[in-house]
Design a protein around this ligand. Structure first.
Ligand code: SF4
Length: 320
């Protein structure tokens, strides 16, 4: 089966500029050789601390920002270097939902027009057909068609995220990238939005790249989870395996920080020492060696490749 999205050795470096002449004095290694594939109907969770490059992966995979290197295939077609015009039909197949629905919705446009805009831009249907489709989408995401006339400020945070989901669905995409789509919502609303996304996936065979810093949230929606640290994927596995038998010291530490209700199931706390190093000067070798309790001499010199340790379970660590 052809993956809906496949990225290989994706890299994204941002220039660091200083002074009046804005001269480049360095670069931020935001994404540093990331590879993964997402199959039809699958959700891949992408987790890591703030600043690890996970949002940049999402935006680069969509070509909202240009990659520095690597390839991006959408439904088997290489879209890495397609020009604006050639990319346009592919944009219908991939949509994004942002963390802050309020910031991503134009406050001066009624919600119905916001949801219908992608169809208008892509020249789909006449005004009446678009209005009917928007009304159906409103109902599908748990809003009333009568609310199409309301402005974003008249909705709650959870309702605004439902508008964002309806807009993402308007073009019947194959893939939705959720960039921390529930992080700004209350816990009870988070669960409702995640359940809605899961139902929509069942109905439409959607694929998701679900980006979040919170492992507990990712667990509820993902079939597989990839863990990122300083621009690299350090572990990827089926969700159950990742939570039951984490193999990378960084994943272990992230899991130790996830609250567990049953005290008998609490994991031993292994707190990570120190801060995340600057992505302008990432540590050589294994990027995690400055904080890893198991680091050895070779970890400071040689970057461990991502290698398979069990079926569907890969880890980048010299000790595995
Ligand atoms: Fe720790 Fe070395 Fe493994 Fe990196 S390669 S996670 S530093 S043990």
């Amino acid at each position: 089966m052809t993956p809906v999205l496949e990225v290989r050795d994706l890299t994204k470096h941002f220039a660091v500029r200083k002074g009046l002449l804005r001269r480049a004095v360095g670069k931020v290694h935001a994404v540093d050789g990331v590879s993964f594939a997402i199959m039809p109907g699958e959700t891949l969770g992408l987790v890591g601390e703030s600043g690890c490059g996970k949002s940049t992966v999402g935006r680069t995979a969509m070509r909202l920002i240009e990659p520095t290197g690597g390839t991006i295939r959408l439904k088997g077609q290489d879209i890495t270097t397609l020009g604006r015009g050639a990319l346009r039909p592919h944009r219908r197949d991939m949509q994004i939902i942002f963390q802050d629905p309020y910031a991503s919705l134009n406050p001066r446009i009624p919600a119905g027009a916001i949801v219908g805009e992608p169809m208008r831009v892509h020249g789909l249907g006449d005004a009446q057909a678009r209005e009917e489709k928007v009304a159906a989408l409103f109902q599908r995401v748990g809003l009333r068609a009568a609310q199409m006339k309301n402005y974003p400020h008249e909705f709650s945070g959870g309702q605004r995220q439902r508008i964002g989901i309806a807009r993402a669905l308007a073009l019947d995409p194959a893939l939705i990238i959720g960039d921390e789509p529930v992080s700004a919502l209350d816990v009870s609303i988070q669960a409702q939005v995640i359940n809605l996304l899961k139902d929509l996936q069942q109905e439409r065979g959607l694929s998701y790249l679900f980006i979040a810093h919170d492992l507990a949230v990712v667990r509820h929606i993902s079939h597989r989870v990839a863990v990122m640290y300083l621009g690299r994927i350090v572990e990827v596995a089926e969700t159950k395996a990742l939570f039951a038998t984490p193999q990378h010291p960084y994943t272990e530490a992230l899991l130790a920080a996830v609250p567990v209700a049953d005290p008998r199931k609490r994991r031993p706390r292994r707190i990570i020492q120190g801060d995340v190093p600057s992505p302008i000067r990432p540590p050589p070798g294994c990027h995690f060696h400055t904080r890893c309790p198991y680091a050895e001499a070779r970890c400071r010199e040689v970057a461990p490749p991502l290698k398979q340790v069990a079926p569907g379970h890969s880890v980048a660590c010299h000790l595995r």
